[in-house]
Design a binder for this molecule. Sequence first.
Ligand SMILES: *[C@@H]1O[C@H](CO)[C@@H](O)[C@H](O)[C@H]1NC(C)=O
Ligand SMILES: *[C@@H]1O[C@H](CO)[C@@H](O)[C@H](O)[C@H]1NC(C)=O
Ligand SMILES: *[C@@H]1O[C@H](CO)[C@@H](O)[C@H](O)[C@H]1NC(C)=O
Ligand SMILES: *[C@@H]1O[C@H](CO)[C@@H](O)[C@H](O)[C@H]1NC(C)=O
Ligand SMILES: *[C@@H]1O[C@H](CO)[C@@H](O)[C@H](O)[C@H]1NC(C)=O
Length: 764
Amino acid sequence: MGDRICRLSPNAMMVFILGLASFLSTPLANADIEVADTSSSLSTYIIQVRKPEDKDLTTREDLDTLYWSFLPTMAARSNQEQRMVHLYRNVLSGFAAKLTTEEAEAIREKDGVLCVHPEKVLSLHTTHTPNFLGLHQGVGLWNDSNYGKGVIIGVLDTGIFPDHPSFSDEGMPPPLAKWKGRCDFSRTSCNNKLIGARSFIDSSMTPTQAVAPYDGEGHGTHTSSTAAGAFVRDASALGHAKGTATGMAPLAHLAMYKVCDANGCLSSDILAGLDAAIEDGVDVLSLSLGGISQPFFDDSIAKGAFAATKKGIFVSCSAGNSGPFNGTLANEAPWILTVGASSIDRTITATAHLGNGQEFDGETLYQPHDFPPTLLPLIYAGVNGDPSSALCLPGSLVGRSDLQGKVVVCEIGDGRGRVAKGQEVKDAGGAAMILVNGPVEGYTTLVDAHVLPAVHVNYVAGMAIKGYLSTALAPVATIQFKGTLIGGSVAPAVSFFSSRGPNLQSPGILKPDIIGPGVNIIAAWLFPLDNSTNKKHAFNVVSGTSMSCPHLSGVAALLKSVHPDWSPAAIKSAIVTTATTSNLGRRPIVDQTLHPADIFATGAGHVNPSKAVDPGLIYDVGPQDYVAYLCGLGYNDSEIEIIVQETVKCLSITSIPDYQLNYPSISVRFDGSETTVSVTRTVRNVGPAKSRYRSVIDSIMGLDSIVVYPGDLEFIETNQTASYRVDFTRRVDWKATATPFAQGAITWVSAKHSVRTPVAVLFE
Ligand SMILES: *[C@@H]1O[C@H](CO)[C@@H](O)[C@H](O)[C@H]1NC(C)=O
Ligand SMILES: *[C@@H]1O[C@H](CO)[C@@H](O)[C@H](O)[C@H]1NC(C)=O
Ligand SMILES: *[C@@H]1O[C@H](CO)[C@@H](O)[C@H](O)[C@H]1NC(C)=O
Ligand SMILES: *[C@@H]1O[C@H](CO)[C@@H](O)[C@H](O)[C@H]1NC(C)=O
Ligand SMILES: *[C@@H]1O[C@H](CO)[C@@H](O)[C@H](O)[C@H]1NC(C)=O
């Protein structure tokens, strides 16, 4: 098959670290895979083959034999074995193998081969957050869902530190009989909390060489404990953010699929992890990782997530850390829940005091008690417009004697670890560091385990500090440490790094779907930050959409536990239509600029678990609806087959434009040719049998009218469905509005429920 979908080009590789891991000294980004240009070198390719229709070919062994038959013939079987990397049975029909360019080309030409992809490298992108999200012991959703009891959350990440008390199984029943997974730690390390753990990195075809999936980074331990960590009393990081640490679904089971390490995550390993998770019987999948925006047939996570969704597994993914610029999302497929990151109402505060009496609050985790209140000389690290010294990049301050004993001002940015910047200042003899934001980072400040007295301040504070530096004859400053404060009314606010829509692959699907806590999140860690030997109380504060994703995975587990018969789309609908659009100060949610955040930053808004459990109405989507949607997206039959793993003939089904998928939000586009766009939706009554809803419409800029037919929906029984149509008509002078997009909502309101359907309108 001459299939040009999967070019052998080394395009578009690594992308984002979804945990803005300040602890990593080198960013995971930009480590492009070398695609062989000499015939002798081997690269890993993912080969998708047409699902055998032969009904006799059903056993695992038959499939495997089929896969092996595609490999180049070699003198010895052992040579062939060294070439095979993974065999896939659930996530797709195919395998990953090490091949030369010529061999890959040859396989592509074989009968039954759908496509041959070069492997890609993707990147990895709480004591208080459950309470912040309205979850409290003994009452409400936690009580009603029994803390997620019995639900299995599969986490694809960097591995896990199994002995941490967050993974204690006290009070946990064994998993249900449907669980088929395995644990590659030594016998004692898995338990009724951590029920499975496997590594797919450097795996070999010989099962005797199973590698224990220990976490070498901390990322996987952190995300797992956020989703389903047990209650751990007296948790804190460097003595701060003290409290009882717990995941969102404390009685859910966890299974770790290690697919990432310090170098990132290989797409062939991600598919292998998903393949195993589907077979093992997980209920929810949590992926705090991703690549750049790509057509879904070229996106391993989109393909794997489709196979999982088809089996009823809910898939929650991080949105990416490439904000605040628009069109920067990862994981945009409609069968995935795409999660952006927002702040919580806890700060771990420190204040920069300047010689002129000005004070600026900021944040840091490391809060020394013995830092003197005396003002020290203040200096800007950058010299002669040299950007690397202004950013305090590793090596940039070597040999600088002018920083000795001073408070050094460094700029945030460049993707380098913030802690590494502090280390650079410390190595140059600096006494302290003030880390300042630029306009891009705005008011988002991050809590880090710095190695010296330090404070991270916002953009406006940074401007004032630099203004003072440039005018004062002998500038001086100090830092005062104030510890943990709860109650910021501006929370939740969207962080600067949270990736933004619109959805590049499918503009008719609003993404991100939701925001959740992802800034300064405390959760389990590998080692104590204070160098103590008490590993059992290791917690760290980390930020990223990597952290917001497992919050939503945990919430999905709680909902699944209350509503075991709900489809993944129904659970998503419940989360989306009940989201909160205002902050604790009862004002619209803001972004890093402190201005109201737009719909491509927030999606539906901030997750509200207690409301999500009882949404009133749901928008459901089944596997066949996605096929009609993919046809409407303009993908051809073989491209769709690559995603849905069955033969598709778009000509013989009714395709739908993407905005007509029965999604819980609406995104329409005016490209100039249309004056009215009509959108149809169908809701199912999951509230009281007899209920009556009326529509409440938020007006939208640039539109002349929004008309909903019918304006009222009446239900007389549970599970009854009703459809409605919305006609959006643009203004005659819409071009004069000069906004690229506008936003609003259609809300169905009954005596007991409020079902909010967010609406985005793109003008092009
Ligand atoms: C689908 O499109 C690809 C190019 O992306 C092409 O190689 C392939 O032949 C097409 N398949 C069909 C069935 O048209
Ligand atoms: C907790 O849940 C149980 C049943 O699961 C219920 O009987 C009880 O009333 C609930 N308690 C509260 C305070 O909601
Ligand atoms: C931990 O130990 C290292 C090296 O021994 C030291 O540089 C660092 O400051 C210590 N960290 C803390 C928080 O005490
Ligand atoms: C509603 O539908 C679900 C399956 O979709 C079913 O499990 C449930 O029993 C139904 N409820 C009623 C009251 O019919
Ligand atoms: C995205 O950003 C570009 C450049 O900043 C701007 O021209 C465009 O209108 C923006 N689009 C949306 C939908 O915000």
